[in-house]
Design a protein around this ligand. Structure first.
Ligand SMILES: Nc1nc2c(c(=O)[nH]1)N[C@H]1C(S)=C(S)[C@@H](COP(=O)(O)OP(=O)(O)OC[C@H]3O[C@@H](n4cnc5c(N)ncnc54)[C@H](O)[C@@H]3O)O[C@H]1N2
Ligand code: MOO
Length: 419
């Protein structure tokens, strides 16, 4: 055994392996401590971002008493003499006299003095043109503040902005939202053996992560431009250091693939050392994917940046994304740590001793069950392409059929596993 080999073996043996759940907590806390700056964004550009301030209405909602029907706004006892008409969008004069009425449209502001509204289909006209009818016992208008009061907290800071929130914000009178800007991410693909086009052959495999990881990162709300994806980066230490330095100049998060171990051409750890990075997590007690890491760097201007080292085996890289990158990004956005849904295992799933086992499963959402999928070797992507996420089998346990276990979801959109 050469000295070089011995030192690599020692390095592997001495890895300070972190418990999987603890690693997620650390990644989330590191993200939260470096939460991205708050910016004002027009409502139309805010989808997918995160509230940096609570959402509160600028006025009572509704802001004024609003008719919920088409009919007659009356004062006192009928029959009522018609004295006007109120359409939505107007600010009407008071109804000053008993025995009078104004025709009113749904959504119109109810004039002062009105005691009831009679629905048009429940009213009749007398021979002399006056209105009669019996108002329903329940008021036919929406009271100011019925939905919310001015300044009331409707949603806390940290809430993801979605189309429902955007609509609510508009109805509250907001033109912009105070949100955390989207994280900017970059990807460096390591591995001289990788082909970037055509079929695998002659000892070389296709780079499966360069095309896929940016798409996953966008699902988690990152901005990744085509120019932010680089690779394969040459398997030398200077090339790794140079590529990391360039990517870190713009990005909040640089993901790398491959080179996380201590093999002869694995340069990630030495490159991080050269850049002065500190580990948030350095290897995790999880299978597959254990060599994953998360490191933190602080630039001269005080800006914190992160490097997520995703293992080279393609499924392991995705395990690292859901395990470390997802909680980190939740923290950076100021969101709560994602809560994991649970499902009952439909079949046994072996444990992995002292390690957490993340097992690819397909969810049956009607039955609430998780079904292990096939083709789940860490070098394979076939199982992942038919799975909803990973069932979590805790260290020291095995997944018995019927056991309810947490499931780490893949960031899929509704309908993407509908077949
Ligand atoms: N002596 C040991 N060797 C290895 C161990 C171990 O415990 N002791 N663990 C294995 C595990 S587990 C993993 S995961 C890998 C992680 O290694 P690296 O992150 O250094 O990855 P590489 O060596 O660069 O590549 C591993 C494998 O994946 C293929 N690969 C890499 N990048 C891509 C890509 N973008 N697209 C498709 N395939 C990719 C690469 O060709 C290798 O086959 O270490 C094990 N070794
Ligand atoms: O990370 Mo490795 O198998 O555990 O792929």
């Amino acid at each position: 055994m050469s000295t070089e080999t011995a030192s690599a073996a020692e390095q592997v043996a001495a890895l300070p392996v972190t418990d999987w759940a603890e690693a997620r907590e650390r990644a989330y806390a590191a993200g939260l401590a470096a939460a991205l700056p708050a910016v004002d964004r027009p409502l139309a550009d805010a989808d997918g971002l995160t509230l940096a301030e609570p959402l509160a209405p600028r006025t009572d909602l509704p802001a004024f008493p609003t008719s919920s029907v088409d009919g007659w706004a009356v004062r006192g006892e009928g029959p009522w003499r018609i004295v006007g008409r109120v359409l939505a969008g107007n600010s009407p004069p008071p109804l000053a006299e008993d025995g009078t009425t104004a025709e009113i449209a749904t959504g119109a502001m109810v004039p002062e003095g009105v005691t009831a509204i009679v629905r048009v289909e429940e009213s009749t006209r007398t021979a002399d043109g006056r209105i009669t009818g019996r108002p329903r016992p329940q008021p036919e208008w929406r009271r100011p503040g019925e939905e919310a009061y001015a300044g009331e907290e409707l949603l806390p800071a940290g809430t993801p902005v979605d189309p429902a929130l955007i609509g609510l914000a508009a109805s509250c009178g907001h033109d912009t939202l105070r949100v955390r800007r989207a994280p900017r991410a970059a990807l460096l693909v390591f591995g001289d053996e990788l082909l970037t086009s055509g079929p695998p052959a002659a000892g070389r495999v296709r780079d499966a992560l360069g095309p896929a990881v940016p798409a996953w990162l966008r699902r988690y709300g990152c901005e990744v431009r085509p120019a932010d994806v680089t690779g394969p980066v040459a398997d030398t230490l200077p090339a790794h250091v140079g590529a990391l330095r360039t990517a870190l100049a713009d990005a909040d998060l640089v993901c790398t693939t491959g080179g996380t171990m201590h093999g002869p051409v694995d340069h990630l750890h030495p490159a991080l050392a050269e850049l002065g990075a500190e580990y948030v997590v350095n290897t995790v007690a999880v299978r597959p994917g254990f060599p994953m890491l998360l490191a933190r760097l602080t630039g001269p201007e005080g800006r914190t940046r992160f490097v997520a080292g995703l293992p080279g085996n393609p499924q392991s890289a995705i395990v690292a994304l859901v395990s470390l990158v997802a909680p980190l990004l939740a923290g950076l956005a100021g969101r709560p740590q994602p809560v994991l849904p649970h499902a009952a295992l439909a079949e046994p799933v072996p444990g992995r001793g002292d390690y957490t086992h993340l097992a690819l499963v397909r969810l049956d959402r009607v039955a609430g069950t998780a079904h292990p999928v096939r083709h789940v070797g860490s070098a394979m992507l076939r199982g992942l392409a038919g799975a909803d996420g990973f069932a979590v089998v805790r260290p020291g346990t095995t997944g018995e059929p019927g056991a309810r276990v947490p499931v780490v979801p893949l960031p899929l959109l509704p309908g993407e596993r509908a077949w």
